[in-house]
Design a protein around this ligand. Structure first.
Ligand code: 48F
Length: 261
């Protein structure tokens, strides 16, 4: 069968247009496709929640690919082992409470489950601002990541959702965009972005789960963005807290969506 060059182009243009049109309105938009965002997306989509991930990089997976200092193995503790089982990720027991996982397998498994459950992932797109209406986050302002990178003066487009999950890692970039425009409006100790504390894996892992939640009406934080926003410790290449945080965010959002029905 002959392959028409322009038909290939048209197939891409048509189906991407459908995808973009479909995500104009979501129940939950997750910004950042790192481990916490991917886990949240999979559980949300499995529960029938219309979920979109916006990721600025070419690849999904955030800081998980590189393991510790580019050694592509990660550590997961006992409390998060059931999530590895949920996502069909292989692991090896290293010692009591220390399981090692191939970071490449882990990112791939988290991504596959999120996509198969129905979450839509758009990569190469950056979130450059939030939509805020009546003291509640109502959506996001997005642009091609290449536009952000080259600083070309090109206007963005807007997408809406019932809730936003900031899963952007250390930068907590959605939270910071809100604070830059609206001041000290967050549900944190100082009303603002507190900032991440020094490395302490054991403490940081507990805090990241505790800090996961709504920090402004309509805006949730998970993963490293939660610890950065509320002032938790960093924790390096142990990832159980990231997975548990994504799971907790999904649970909270599902409850909130059900309560609103
Ligand atoms: O940093 P990241 O992996 O977030 P996470 O889920 O996991 C943190 C761990 O990787 C690691 C750690 C573990 O102990 O501390 O750091 O909290 O993924 C965040 C993703 O968000 C994207 C970014 O490219 C990355 O893939 N991102 C950040 N800002 C934006 C964004 C933005 N404005 N628009 C779109 N994507």
């Amino acid at each position: 069968m002959y392959l028409e060059d322009t038909k290939i182009s048209k197939a891409i243009i048509d189906t991407y247009k459908d995808k973009l049109e479909d995500i104009l309105y979501s129940d939950v938009i997750i910004v950042g496709g790192g481990p916490s965002g991917l886990v949240a997306a999979a559980y949300l989509a499995e529960a029938g929640v219309k979920t979109t991930i916006i990721e600025r990089s070419l690849s999904i997976g955030g800081g998980m690919w590189g393991g510790g200092m580019m050694m592509n193995q990660i550590v997961i503790q006992e409390s998060a082992r059931s999530i590895l089982d949920d996502f069909n990720v292989n692991y090896k027991k290293y010692e009591e409470n220390y399981y090692t996982v191939d970071s490449i397998e882990c990112v791939s498994a988290l991504t596959l489950k999120a996509v198969k459950a129905g979450a839509k992932i758009l990569n190469l797109i950056s979130v450059e601002d939030v939509i805020e209406k009546d003291n509640c986050i109502a959506g996001l302002v997005i642009n091609w990541a290449a536009v952000e990178k080259t600083k070309m003066p090109i206007d963005p487009i807007m997408i809406e959702s019932k809730y936003i999950l900031d899963a952007t890692g250390h930068d907590a970039s959605i939270v910071n965009k809100l604070v830059a425009k609206q001041g000290n409006v967050l549900n944190t100790e100082n009303g603002s972005f507190v900032g991440e504390k020094t490395m302490w894996a054991d403490r940081g892992e507990d805090q990241v789960v505790k800090n996961t939640g709504e920090v402004y009406p309509g805006l949730y934080v998970s993963g490293m963005a939660a610890n950065a926003t509320l002032g938790g410790q960093r924790m390096g290449p142990v990832f159980g807290g990231m997975l548990l945080s994504g799971q907790k965010a999904a649970k909270q959002l599902i409850e909130k969506l059900h309560a609103a029905k």
